[in-house]
Structures are given as C-alpha cells and as structure tokens.
Design a protein around this ligand. Structure first.
Ligand SMILES: CC(C)(COP(=O)(O)OP(=O)(O)OC[C@H]1O[C@@H](n2cnc3c(N)ncnc32)[C@H](O)[C@@H]1OP(=O)(O)O)[C@@H](O)C(=O)NCCC(=O)NCCS
Length: 293
C-alpha cells in the first residue's frame, strides 16, 4: 500500500489523497484483528496493487487509484460497490449507520460525476492541501528562548503525547495503543517527529513529519501547540526544523492538509511558507439502516 501511494505521489503529486504519513494514522484506526473488513485492495494482472479502499468507523472512505490507470469509472463503481456492501455488513453487525463520506478533489470531475450518479452529494467537509518547497536552510529557525526541540522518545513520551494530542484536538480521541501503532509504522522517522519543551520538561507543542523518500515529499500529521503557548513562533520553528532535516534527507517539497473552515490554522500554514495547492470536498450519502443485511 505504501509503495502504491509513494508511486502515486511521484506521478500525481499533491493530487494524491493519502500520503504515507497519514496512511500510518489511517491504519491505526483499522481493526487489525480483521483488516480485510475495512481495507479493500485491487490488483492488476501482474499482482501490483492499483487501488485501495479504506473504510473507517464513522464512514469516511478513502478511494485511492493509481494515477496511471485510464478510464477508472468502472473501477470506482466496483470500489463503491465494495464499500457500500461493507457498510451493510458493518451496520448489521452493530456499527452506527453512516452517512458515507467520500473525498473528491475539486479537480476530479470524473469522480464527482460517478459519485453524483450514485446519489452522493457534495457539501460535506472541505479540506485544503498546502505545499511549499523544502530547503536544508529551513532548519536554521530558532525556538523562543527557554525552549528546546527534541525527538519524541518512542517509549518514554507516548502517554504525554497522547494527553497533549487529546488536549489540543477534540476528536478523534487518541488512545495510547493507537499512538504506539502510528509511530510504530516502519516508515516513521524519529528525527522528524519533534516536540518543544520548556526548562521544566513540559511539552508545549509537537509536529510529526513523515517523509516519502520516493516522491521526496514530507507531510505533517499532526501539528499542535498548547493554547497558552500559541503565537510565540514555537510551532513554526518546529516545522521549519523538520522541513530542513527532511530536505537534508532528500525531500524537495513539504505538504500538509487543513480543514477549509479552520482559518487560524490556514493563516499559520501560510505564515510558515505554504501555499494552497488543491482543495477537496467530501461527498456524502445516507443509507437507510433497514438496507443493512
Ligand atoms: C495552528 C497552531 C499549530 C499554530 O501554533 P502556534 O505555535 O501558535 O503558531 P506560531 O506562533 O508559530 O505562528 C506563526 C505565525 O502563524 C500565524 N498564525 C498562527 N496562528 C494563527 C491564528 N490562529 N490566526 C492567524 N494567524 C495565525 C501568524 O502569522 C503567526 O505569527 P505572529 O504570531 O507573529 O503573527 C495552533 O494554533 C494549534 O495547535 N491549533 C490547534 C490544532 C491545529 O489546528 N493543528 C493543525 C492541524 S493538524
């Protein structure tokens, strides 16, 4: 899966819905006891994965398709047939009923048309994918006096990272096990996951950078600062440090995705040198729970 996503970045760049970085977060929410329930894979005749469908508890659906494939309408319909059948089985087994949310880049007219034909309507959440160049010199940014940046310790910091994450973000609520799985991803690089801490050891901000060495792209997921410590340039300095480190490892571009209604965060990314590259809207469709079998 990671190989297909990395190859897609090489071909389609920011118009690839999932980066290997947020793949780690997405897989953390899949039930590993039966991943086949929530991950659909389609292969070509050589056995290479060319499409991935990921279904999550609350039914956002990711449909990732190799950008080299032509005429993907039939494949998209097959993937939606699979995810909708998955929904029926999951609801019958006691999961809450939908609605389905499927992401679609505003530039992807074909996907929009297929979704509309199947009864999905735009108007769900909107997202903006930002990008900027990555340069080794970015690492020269300095944190405010009294703070230092260091790598997240995979053993000692897990619980405090989870507390920090759940203080900053309302949802989804992160568990210690989920976070262990996220930073246990084989492509996690500890030198790109940084925290800022003060002289007493209080962790005040964090940013996890994920490098895709094939496409040369670093993605941030997630990024956060405690409320009382905001607007001091802490998180911008952390991002610059990570971008600089990633550039030294071959990254040429940095990317991040933000909710399009999150104006403060969007301003933050612009002030950190990012520009809007592509926007994505969720199409939604509700199903009648009585259809679950
Ligand atoms: C977005 C966030 C990480 C910014 O952290 P921060 O440490 O306060 O950001 P910085 O101090 O480094 O900001 C640098 C610049 O970005 C801009 N900026 C940051 N936050 C802003 C806001 N809320 N509104 C407008 N501009 C903002 C400013 O230009 C700021 O410089 P200035 O303070 O000199 O004007 C923080 O507000 C946060 O944790 N928000 C909630 C979680 C979140 O949305 N995370 C991102 C999605 S994964």
């Amino acid at each position: 899966m990671a190989a297909m996503i990395a190859a897609s970045w090489l071909r389609a760049g920011v118009e690839t819905q999932v980066h290997v970085g947020n793949l780690a977060w997405r897989l953390a929410s899949v039930d590993l006891a039966k991943p086949y329930d929530d991950i659909g894979l389609w292969s070509n005749s050589d056995g290479r994965v060319v499409a991935i469908a990921l279904v999550y508890e609350s039914y956002p659906i990711d449909l990732l398709i190799d950008p080299d494939l032509d005429d993907v309408a039939e494949l998209l319909n097959a993937m939606l047939d699979w995810t909708e059948a998955r929904w029926r089985a999951a609801v019958a087994a006691g999961r809450p009923a939908g609605p389905f949310r499927v992401g679609c880049f505003d530039t992807d007219g074909l996907r929009g048309a297929v979704l509309r034909r199947r009864g999905y309507a735009p108007g769900g959440r909107g997202y903006i994918r930002f990008g900027r160049e990555a340069h080794a010199a970015d690492a020269q940014a300095k944190l405010p006096d009294g703070l230092r940046a260091r790598a997240i310790d995979r053993a000692a910091d897990v619980e405090r990272m989870v507390d920090l994450h759940n203080t900053i973000f309302d949802s989804p609520v992160l568990s210690v096990d989920d976070f262990r799985r996220v930073i246990g991803a084989p492509w996690y690089r500890s030198e790109l996951g940084l925290i800022a801490e003060d002289g007493s050891g209080e962790v005040v901000a964090f940013a996890l950078g994920w490098i895709d060495p094939v496409g040369g792209v670093i993605e941030f997921e997630p990024v956060g600062c405690l409320f009382a410590w905001r607007r001091r340039g802490i998180t911008r300095a952390l991002l610059h440090e990570i971008i600089g480190r990633a550039a030294s490892q071959g990254a040429t571009m940095a990317t991040v995705t933000a909710r399009s209604d999150n104006t403060g965060t969007i301003e933050f990314y612009r002030a950190t040198g990012f520009e809007s590259r592509v926007s994505e809207s969720e199409f939604t469709r509700s199903f009648d729970p009585a259809d679950a079998v």
